[in-house]
Design a protein. Sequence first.
Length: 273
Amino acid sequence: MHIIEKQLIGKTGNPDQCEDFIVITDHFVAIIDGVTGKRKEMEGTGRIAAQILAKIIQSMDSRISMNDCIELLTAGIHRYYQEQGMVEITREDPRNRIAASAIIFSRFHRQIWMMGDCQCLVNDQYYQTPTAIDEITSRARALFNHLELLSGTTLEELTQNDPGREFIKPLLQKQSLLQNNPKAGPHAFFIIDGFPVLVSMVKIVEVPDQAEIVLASDGYPRLFPTLEQSEAYLQEIIQEDPLQISIHPSTKGIGLNNISFDDRAYIRLLTTK
C-alpha cells in the first residue's frame, strides 16, 4: 500500500478533542469516528470509543475476517464497560453506551468494510452508508430553521442559537435505542457499542488490484478524489450554508467557535497486489 495523502482535523481546532482517528498498519487502513455524546454526562465518550477501536485495529491479525474483526471491536468496548463497572447500565439503556463507526480497508481480503456512518471512493466510484434516522432529523431541523427564517429570525441569530437543533434534541437523545436493534425495523442502524451488532447492515466493497481508494468520515459533506478538492468543497459549504439547512441538510451547523461542522478524517492510497 502507498499512502498518497491524509488529514485529520477536529471541528473545534483542538486535536485533543477530535473524535476521529486514522489507523495505518502494514495490513489495514482505517478511519474511526467516535459518536459524540448527546447528553452532558456523555461528553468526550466518542473519543474514548475511537481510541479503544484504534488500539485493537493496530494489533489485528492480517487475515482476520470481517465478522471476527467486528467481534474483536465489540469485545473491546464491552471490556471497557466491565472495567468501569458499567455493564448493567449499558445493557439496560443504550443511551449510556459509548460507540463509534469505522471504515476499514483489509489488504489481505481486498475489501473495504463500512461499519456505520462513513464514506469512500474506489477508483472514483462513490459509496456511503446513510441512515434513516439521520435523514429524518436532518430534514426536520432544516425545516424548523427555514420556518424561523420565514418568521423573521436572521441567519446570524440562528447561528448563535440553533432552534432547529433544540427541536430535534429529543430524537437525538433517544436515537441510541435504534442502534443494532432489529425491533427498530427500517430505522435500525449499525454502530459498534460493545453489544451484539446488526452485521447484515455492514457494507462490503470489493477492491480491485492496484486501485486508488479514499476513505473518509462523514465530516466531509461530499467526497472527492483528492484532499484539495474535498477541502475546497467543504470550505465552500461553510461559507454558503453555515447552518447546513439547504445544500446538505444536517443535524447541526458549524457551531459557535468551531472551524467546521464535524471532525473530519481523510486518507487516499494506492493498493498493491
